[in-house]
Design a protein around this ligand. Sequence first.
Ligand SMILES: O=C(O)[C@@H](CO)OP(=O)(O)O
Length: 248
Amino acid sequence: MSVGTLVLLRHGESVWNAENLFTGWVDVPLSEKGVAEAKRGGELLKAAGVLPEVLHTSLLRRAIMTANLALDAADRHWIPVKRDWRLNERHYGALQGKNKKQTLEEFGEEQFMLWRRSYDTPPPPIEPGTEFSQDADPRYADLGPDLPLTECLLDVVKRMIPYWESSIVPDLRAGKTVLVTAHGNSLRALVKHLDGISDDDIAGLNIPTGIPLRYDLDEALQPLKVGGTYLDPDAAADAIKAVANQGR
Ligand SMILES: O=C(O)[C@@H](CO)OP(=O)(O)O
């Protein structure tokens, strides 16, 4: 049985991306630039003839809005949608709301990169009841003890892969073109899994905002091309460098 096409789309630039703030689970909107990126992402899908038949998104508005705008631009606004917290951005713990440049200056390059890109070192946990915590957020009311107070990328892999297996894989196995609209670090976790990237090498992988990344998968759900294909490779290369240099 053939499997379908997977398209990964990181949300367009958010207002906190623009201000260089650690975001995580804080539910900030798209910036004007992010809105334009999302629409262009949809135009790229349409031009390439990659037409999603089902959408999976996180519970955060920057991913939801990106999907709406992109699908509208591709005339696919009507497809079925599944949303799940397991596609949310990595919870950034006590760093949520903090400026990346100031954090780099305060804690130094090594600690900054450990928090930002190491595989298994989470930032300090967020204190429940504080401005940028999610403990009172009704959308996570059913999570109970699963509600994270901080996460490293390994934690994201552990909570995201069960959703991949239970919800996304069946859509692919049904031969569908599947759009997953999510976040820098939740998509890094998925790409790590798909491409078999090592725990060390994943530190060097960054995902740009708003540019669809297409994966064609074989029957074992292995990518036919490692790393997939960005629908605008030149723009992706520039944007990847910019994400890597955040904080500087
Ligand atoms: O702030 C965040 O939540 C993420 C994504 O924007 O940042 P980083 O790329 O530094 O992990």
